[in-house]
Design a protein around this ligand. Structure first.
Ligand SMILES: [Zn+2]
Ligand SMILES: [Zn+2]
Length: 337
């Protein structure tokens, strides 16, 4: 192992990225002895690890979603606190992605690597904003790593939804959202925009909302959509997992108008394919400009790219004089975008 040669001490193993001098995996996709977890989305936080190190929020969300966060023991590390793990120093830095999401900063013998996990730079009332860290190696996600992806202003998308609700007061607005992150962000954005009516939830969305609330994120009045009367749902905003908006569940809604809040809604064909009447471009991932700007601002000479569309980003990294590398990590399907 040599500190200057990152690939000698941060290695790609069958179960994921492994920090050799620290003796832990980062977001491994199958059970390991020691895992450090960036955030609770299912493509990063898998069940069955012996020991898990994560933020308090991530551990709470893992417990809610998986039943238990680790088989033998969990350890909490707060944002900004340093922890010696094996021979390395670990620090969690806000990633701005979802509640509890952290970039993992690892220092070893004078060299610094930052593993971003998923991140975004745009404002989100439900979690701490992304914090930039100068580093030698930056390991970035690449979910929306094509120049065509520009996410724009989430507030403007929420205004579209509210306008539609005004325009069609007889229709239930059924909005597809991912259960962890997007759901709570959309509710918080609605509240910021002054929407004070109850927001109706599909049953699958309630548990994560409760975790957010337990960490002080205010979501206002939430009601179960399943228990609600048809009349009550006219003109209401109903949030549901993407899988539910197309199936029988949403047919019970009065004259459902289907919307979907996702970065993918930038691609009109995707919205059409899903039969979405009102696509809302709201993403919890960095778009092309955020990705390239962040890579530049970290000052990293070496950049590794994890899940997503690597090719264009690698080309960008190399053409700006940096060393780029695509990590072929398996099991990353970007659950939530
Ligand atoms: Zn994620
Ligand atoms: Zn991801």
């Amino acid at each position: 192992m040599h500190p200057e040669r990152f690939e000698s001490w941060l290695t790609v193993e069958p179960r994921g990225l492994y920090c050799r001098p620290g003796g832990f995996h980062i977001d491994p996709h199958s059970p390991v002895n020691r895992a450090v977890i960036t955030h609770a989305h299912s493509d990063h936080a898998r069940p069955g690890h012996d020991h898990v190190l994560a933020t308090r929020e991530t551990l709470a969300l893992m417990k809610t979603r998986l039943g238990t966060a680790a088989k033998l023991g969990t350890q909490t590390l707060g944002y900004g606190d340093m922890l010696q793990v094996g021979d390395v120093t670990v620090k969690f830095v806000p990633a701005g992605h979802v509640l509890g999401s952290a970039q993992i900063m690892i220092d070893w013998r004078g060299r610094r690597a930052v593993i971003s996990g998923d991140y975004k730079r745009s404002p989100d009332p439900t979690n701490l904003p992304f914090e930039l860290v100068q580093c030698d190696l930056f390991v970035t996600e690449a979910t929306f790593a094509l120049p065509v992806f520009t996410h724009g202003d989430a507030k403007a998308e929420v205004a579209k939804l509210l306008k539609s609700v005004k325009q069609f007061p007889q229709r239930a607005h059924v909005v597809g959202v991912y259960g962890l992150g997007k759901c709570q962000r959309l509710i918080a954005l609605l509240r910021e925009a002054g929407y004070a009516e109850p927001v109706y939830l599909h049953g699958a969305l309630a548990a994560c909302c409760e975790v957010y609330e337990s960490f002080g994120v205010e979501l206002g009045a939430l009601k179960s959509a399943t228990g609600a009367k048809r009349e009550e749902l006219k003109g209401a905003i109903v949030l549901a997992p993407p899988s539910a908006i197309a199936d029988r569940w949403s047919r019970r809604m009065p004259d459902a108008l289907t919307a979907f809040a996702s970065g993918w809604m930038r691609v009109r064909a995707r919205a059409r394919q899903r039969g979405i009447e009102l696509p809302l471009v709201i993403s919890d991932h960095a778009d092309w400009r955020e990705l390239t700007r962040t890579i530049h601002e970290t000052g990293a000479h070496e950049v590794w790219v994890t899940h997503g569309r690597e090719d264009a980003l690698l080309h960008h990294i190399q053409s700006t004089g940096r060393t780029g590398r695509a990590l072929a990590l398996i099991g990353r399907e970007d659950e939530e975008s």
